[in-house]
Design a protein around this ligand. Structure first.
Ligand code: SF4
Length: 379
């Protein structure tokens, strides 16, 4: 499968799934649409065991809080799909899987206004159902987000639809512009359903619908609080801490560690920074939860994860590059390691070719092209 000549990048227009795995340079890849939801101990263990026994031992955490198992051999694909579907991590029938298109705030159940958590969960449930009921015809890249208005937001500007809880009101954003606002979450879901219908009928992304956001102002800029937050912090009455594998790629060993952590009073949730959020459970007082999380962060640091604000690796991200992508022109991960000293507190993303998959908005970017490396300074 390895080729020394990069394959020109193409816009696929679909996302890898259990039903449609993607052939990549390091083997087959399946994406699990976790969408920042909590992953249980048993589920982490299934993913870790599959990665080490049927894949190449590496699992990526994506910018939408999904998991990607890499390096699967073709003979393992059927059994892998069976095990992952059995663990509740994905559905073998994408048409019946509303979760595939809906990403949640990882702190949906706590975050701002914890008393509204059940309403937020209900919005997620109904939105998933709308995708199943109305979504036949939606482009594969179409996605929606439910944000709880807390301190760890999911970026909404590239989402087709975002439902945001502002504490006293709910807002619907379509392709980055506010299109509806109401005090009743179920009232705004009518606006969401209308957008899903129009996108499904036209087979297009929301940004390509004519006049969808006319008459409404652009949304406020994305909160960036999570960029600055490292270490343990109280959110409501819970202790919360982030941790991330280097460049968003976790080893099976680290995932087994997460499985052990999630056996105890800690919930482990993938998050949009390509890491996880550790949330001490509600039975623990925040101080006891913080002590629990401090021990967990030490264990993650021991397996090479980024857990400290002083770690320069927190400023660098990269696509998989030549380790896994047939279109890559460079080893992006080696470049990222070599450029750590250059970041000086500014975010840098490295793309292995001009397709720039998963490049975060608004960061300095190093893009490999056939003519060499180009620096893109984004505002
Ligand atoms: S940006 Fe990276 S992952 Fe995307 S096609 Fe290019 S090399 Fe592959």
């Amino acid at each position: 499968m390895r080729s020394s000549t990069p394959v020109p990048p193409a816009v696929r227009g679909w996302c890898p799934s259990l039903a449609e795995p993607l052939a990549s340079r390091d083997g087959w890849l399946v994406r699990l649409p976790v969408g920042c939801r909590p992953v249980s101990s048993d589920q982490w263990r299934v993913v870790a065991t599959l990665a080490e026994t049927r894949g190449n031992g590496l699992v990526e955490i994506t910018r939408r809080g999904n998991l990607q198992v890499r390096g699967l051999a073709v003979r393992h694909l059927d059994r892998t799909a069976e095990l992952l579907a059995g663990a509740g991590l994905a559905n073998r029938n994408p048409a019946a899987d509303g979760q595939r298109a809906v990403v949640c705030d990882p702190l949906l159940d706590i975050g701002a206004s914890p008393d509204r958590a059940s309403a937020r969960r209900e919005v997620v449930r109904r939105l998933e159902q709308l995708v199943v009921d109305l979504g036949d015809g939606l482009p594969a890249k179409w996605w929606a987000v439910v944000d709880g208005g807390g301190p760890w937001p999911v970026p909404t500007s590239s989402a087709d639809v975002a439902v945001v809880d502002h504490g006293s009101s709910w807002q619907v954003r379509v392709a980055g512009a506010v299109v509806a606002s109401a005090g009743d979450p179920l009232a705004i879901l009518h606006a969401v359903a209308a957008v899903i219908r129009r996108c499904a009928d036209a087979g297009c992304r929301a940004r390509d619908l004519p006049g969808v956001a006319d008459g409404w102002g652009p949304m406020r800029s994305e909160p960036v609080e999570r960029e600055a937050w490292w270490g343990i912090r109280k959110v409501g009455d819970r202790a919360v801490a982030p941790g991330a594998p280097p460049l968003g790629v976790a080893t099976a060993d680290a995932l087994h560690l997460l499985a052990r952590v999630a056996e105890g009073p800690v919930s482990v949730r993938p998050e949009p920074g390509r890491g996880v959020l550790l949330v001490a459970s509600g039975e623990e007082a925040a101080d006891a939860g913080a002590a629990e999380l401090a021990g967990t962060l030490e264990q993650l640091a021991a397996v090479g994860w980024v857990v400290s604000p002083r770690d320069p690796r927190r400023w660098v991200s990269a696509c998989i590059g030549s380790q896994g992508c047939p279109s890559a022109l460079v080893d992006t991960h080696a470049l990222a390691r070599a450029r750590l000293a250059d970041t000086r507190g500014r975010r840098l993303h490295i793309s292995g070719c001009p397709k720039r998959c998963g490049a975060p908005p608004g960061v300095r970017e190093l893009v490999a092209t056939p003519d060499g490396l180009h620096v893109e300074e984004v505002g």
